[in-house]
Ligand binder design. Structure first.
Ligand code: FES
Ligand code: ZN
Length: 314
């Protein structure tokens, strides 16, 4: 099959959009799609500093590479989650990329910097991934604020977003649906969060890394086994097999038609935010989710409660 842009021999066929590309045109197309997404959703404004959340996997490394090639001022942040050999290998991929591109990588080690690892926090949560998600959301935002970045960019791709949407629809979780957007605007205590890869599939980001010779960690996180998100991904993959393009249509329909109707719920959520009495971060509870997790992980015998004298008010 020939590349639909230049007539060279194609190296990838994309059934969901009925197209095939040679390696040069495929990379070019990835750049155009990401740039188009950034412009359409006003994700990054001229002169803004971007912090890329880098896990060492294909999506975050592809994102960092694409942003640098598109001319953005993009540094990376890597969180060492303390998940044994998996963390060692993913950290090595992140470092290798940063060195190769001469880019700045900020490293946070959970055990050293916050006092617990994800495996230590996992027993207090039903699914380790929820402890992981809470830690990532909190720490990535904190690093971005502390270092004065304007935007935090994450590597969520089309498959990730479709699976999250599927899960939120299955439970009709309206606050989560209201928050599921390619851009979450900045507000007090929160840096703007953007997802520039929402129009690229997982297969496309993997192909991009192979073509660009980016060494990424292929193995899945060992703690993710049994995660419901993976089940939703599998279900959507078998649907996509039979109906190519189904995932993209599902996600686009939500973004274009349903998401705008949820603006009011998103606004109510924003208004109900107060300040964590433990760390001062925005939260709707007395203690934010991360402070509760840290308390539980570091003081399990006390049921996760710190003695009153250690707690700050307001
Ligand atoms: Fe978060 Fe595996 S990467 S639990
Ligand atoms: Zn807190």
């Amino acid at each position: 099959m020939k590349c639909q842009r230049c007539d060279e021999r194609s190296v990838i066929e994309l059934r969901h959009c009925n197209a095939a590309y040679c390696s040069t045109c495929f990379v070019e197309r990835c750049r155009e799609r990401v740039q188009g997404t950034i412009r359409r959703h006003r994700m990054i404004r001229p002169g803004e500093r971007v912090l890329v959340a880098v896990s060492g996997g294909k999506d975050s490394l592809a994102l960092w590479d694409l942003l640098l090639d598109l001319g953005y001022e993009a540094d990376g942040v890597y969180l060492g989650l303390g998940i044994g050999g998996y963390s060692n290998r993913s950290g090595a991929c992140a470092r290798e990329f940063a060195e190769g591109r001469g880019a700045r990588l900020i490293e946070i080690d959970l055990e050293r910097d916050v006092g617990f690892t994800i495996p230590q926090a996992a027993p207090v949560r039903r699914a380790p991934c929820s402890a992981c998600g809470t830690s990532k959301r909190y720490l990535l935002n904190k690093v971005a604020l502390d270092h004065g970045y304007d935007v935090l960019a994450t590597g969520h791709n089309l498959d990730d977003e479709a699976a999250v949407l599927f899960g939120n629809v299955m439970t009709w979780n309206l606050p989560y649906l209201a928050r599921q957007r390619p851009v979450l605007p900045e507000r007090t205590g929160f840096v703007r969060r953007v997802k520039p890869l929402v129009r690229l599939t997982e297969r496309e980001t993997a192909a991009y890394c192979v073509i660009r010779r980016l060494d990424y960690i292929i193995e899945e996180c060992p703690m993710a086994a049994g995660n419901r998100h993976l089940v939703y991904k599998e279900l959507l993959n078998s649907l996509e097999e039979r109906a190519p393009g189904a995932k993209a249509t599902f996600l686009r329909g939500f973004s274009d038609r349903l998401s705008p109707l949820l603006d009011e719920i998103a606004e109510e959520e924003r208004e109900s935010v107060g300040v964590c009495s433990g760390c001062g971060a925005p939260t709707t509870e007395d203690l934010c989710a991360f402070c509760r997790l840290r308390d539980q992980a570091t003081h399990p015998a006390r049921g996760g409660r710190r003695p009153p004298s250690r707690r700050r008010s307001g």
